[in-house]
Ligand binder design. Sequence first.
Ligand SMILES: Cc1cc2nc3c(=O)[nH]c(=O)nc-3n(C[C@H](O)[C@H](O)[C@H](O)COP(=O)(O)O)c2cc1C
Length: 226
Amino acid sequence: MRSDLYDLLRQRRSTRAFTSAPVDRSTIARLCTAARRAPSGANLQPGKFHALAGNELDALSARLVAAAQSGMPTALEYSYFPERMSPTHKDRQRKAGFALYEALGISRRDIAGRRAQFDQNYRFFDAPVGIVVTIDRDMGKGCFMDLGMSIMALLLAAEAEGLGATGIGALANYGAITHDQLGLDENELVVCGIAIGHADPNSPVNQFRTERAALSEFASFRGFDD
Ligand SMILES: Cc1cc2nc3c(=O)[nH]c(=O)nc-3n(C[C@H](O)[C@H](O)[C@H](O)COP(=O)(O)O)c2cc1C
């Protein structure tokens, strides 16, 4: 079992192109149930998953894409990244971006190409299923951390099912549109989306892998005997 989990962690990567094969409701229900197994402070189990498929997903995507293409200003309702990125974080962000655009053959100067790829976020990368992740507005940072663990559990469960997935933080750029389209409770904040489906193995965008920092850069060990 131990090696299974490590294998899943190694295998998982963000999938940004999918086949047209559908994913049924019971599979998505299993993934959401797995996500809820995540631990959380005081077992508050913060956050909700709103799964969309078919016309419901198309309708939301259409509104988001229209907003992006009309140049509507984005309105983030919570801060995801630091206002000023440290050089280390900036470097990681750049590398991840370059890897993505290089895989797609989009050059650094191809602004239109980059925008078109960015709009794919709002199409949930044409996945058959999109999940809108929300959290109560009054929740603290710790609860966002808890929700992140749920999202990770969901991503790993998807991997275990042989499905591909990616988080879509860009969804929060137009949280109000998603809020309105889904008729969410007033107190629900749109945190991110998740695209889920069967990975298209031939799509260039699914070919690259992102790097990770070396252990010595992010972990320290004290008091061990070995
Ligand atoms: C919560 C969350 C939000 C994300 N938002 C986006 C996004 O808006 N667009 C995108 O292309 N990738 C998005 N990603 C994917 C990250 O870019 C990706 O996880 C990171 O570069 C590491 O690559 P890997 O997932 O392939 O290991 C998101 C991932 C997470 C966990």
